[in-house]
Design a protein around this ligand. Structure first.
Ligand code: FCB
Length: 441
């Protein structure tokens, strides 16, 4: 890696990220069913119809996994807590085994000198609530606020930072408009409601967190650097619509209490009546913003299709196993744009950045030079954004482990640690060793 710790301010944190459903194994510990369990059962939704029942068996191997973080010299660990594990019916009776597990996990981080970065929701909508419409139900913010209180009362005293929700665009748009993630809808009314309710749930959770005296609370948004694929005003407008739907809707809802016109033009007719009254609660102050960044989006106008009348096209840059272009400048531009136009000096964490590759174990090792360059370039982009005035406080690689990559099943490998899903053997990749060296190990 061509960076080292001393290139960064002294209190800058390096870490790795995971999410509950992607690693824990939902078959363990009396977890309830979530909408990914049923989504994966429908042909065509997930490659190989794979689900998270075992995932990486992290529920069993969590201590060894935390040891890997410590041995790499990481400062922090971003993890999430499964709603369906803690509240198997979504509401009501609490699964005490689940709370005991997260309790041990947080203590395990502290024992190893890792700062716990807790994400409350990383996509396990309990099936019992999905039956009631999940994110489209007008009560979902109350259900989520209750879950927030239960989990925060158990582990909030020891976590370093709390994020309410991971990637509301994926929760709402990817899942209710594009149909790629659970619940797999393609319905604009459901989309508009989910896009509003997910932010309302964030606001309600922030209120609970404040009432519980929780400090250092924020949200994790995903950003894409959106550009027109060709010259011309129609293509520029298409890129602006994508930017409004994906980046600005959530950011402006939270930081300004408003939604961008370019997105409202299609979604407003489908929003719940009186949505404007919720904007004050949605834009309560946060203490930090999490940025997930992977790639850019190249857009073309698609005038013969329904709103938003655009389509993404593949670009010419080198791509990862996901087919995503490698574009580190987009991370720098995103971070710079945030401080310049939206949040000023508010602390920012790069809460996810990483790449998938078809990594294989050969002779007991996994050589992943492409990932080493990828990390170096994105850490450098982060450093550049600090130089131009963004208050970036940390960088988390996605992911510690190869894991359940949602609709792609186990095929895409993002980890700095390889996982053999037959034996559950963990093999640190070359990128893990190089990361550790950069961190002074
Ligand atoms: C993000 C998700 C994370 C993982 C990465 C590759 O959108 O937050 O769970 O799937 O993409």
């Amino acid at each position: 890696m061509d960076f080292k710790r001393s290139d960064f301010p002294e209190d800058f944190l390096f870490g790795a990220a995971t999410a509950a459903y992607q690693i824990e194994g939902s078959a363990h510990g009396a977890a309830g069913s979530c909408h990914w369990d049923s989504f994966a059962r429908v042909p065509g939704n997930v490659i190989g119809a794979e689900d998270g029942r075992r995932a990486c068996d992290h529920y069993l191997y969590w201590a060894a996994d935390l040891d890997l973080l410590r041995a790499a010299g990481m400062d922090a660990y971003r993890f999430s807590t499964s709603w369906a594990r803690v509240l198997p019916e979504g509401r009501g009776p609490v699964n005490t085994e689940a709370l005991d597990f997260y309790d041990r996990l947080v203590d395990g981080m502290l024992e190893r000198g890792l700062r716990p970065f807790h994400t409350i929701y990383h996509w396990e909508m309990p099936s019992a609530l999905a039956d009631l419409g999940g994110w489209t139900n007008p009560d979902v913010h109350n259900w989520f606020a209750d879950f927030t209180q239960v989990i925060t009362r158990r582990i909030g005293d020891r976590v370093h930072a709390t994020a309410t929700i991971n990637e509301p665009w994926c929760v709402a748009y990817l899942s209710h408009f594009l149909g790629h993630h659970a619940p797999g809808l393609r319905d604009i009314r459901a989309t508009a409601r989910a896009m509003h309710h997910v932010l309302k749930a964030h606001g309600a959770a922030m209120e609970v967190l404040r009432a519980e005296g929780q400090e250092n609370c924020g949200i994790v948004l995903n950003f894409e650097a959106d550009e027109p694929a060709e010259d011309g005003p129609d293509h520029a407008a298409a890129a602006a619509r994508q930017d409004a739907i994906m980046n600005r809707w959530f950011l402006e809802g939270i930081t300004r209490g408003s939604y961008p016109e370019e997105a409202l033009e299609g979604l407003e007719p489908h929003l719940p009546a009186g949505w404007q009254d919720d904007m004050a609660a949605i834009s309560r102050p946060i203490d930090w913003l999490g940025v997930n960044y992977y790639t850019r989006g190249l857009m073309l106008a698609a005038p013969d299709t329904a709103w938003p009348a655009m389509e993404p096209v593949p670009g010419p840059l080198p791509r990862t196993q996901m087919g995503w272009e490698v574009y580190p400048k987009g991370l720098e531009d995103t971070l710079t744009r945030l401080s310049r136009d939206y949040i000023g000096a508010l602390p920012v964490y790069v809460t996810e950045n990483g790449m998938a590759w078809d990594d294989r174990v050969t002779g007991g090792a996994v050589h992943d030079p492409a990932r080493i360059s990828f990390i170096s370039e994105h850490v450098r982009a982060t450093r550049n954004a600090i130089d131009t005035g963004t208050n970036v406080r940390g960088f988390f690689y996605w992911s510690l482990l190869d894991n359940y990559e949602w609709a792609f099943g186990y095929e895409k490998r993002f980890g700095i640690v390889h996982v053999d899903y037959e034996t559950m053997t963990r093999t640190p990749k070359t990128s893990y060793h190089e990361f550790a060296k950069a961190l002074g190990q």
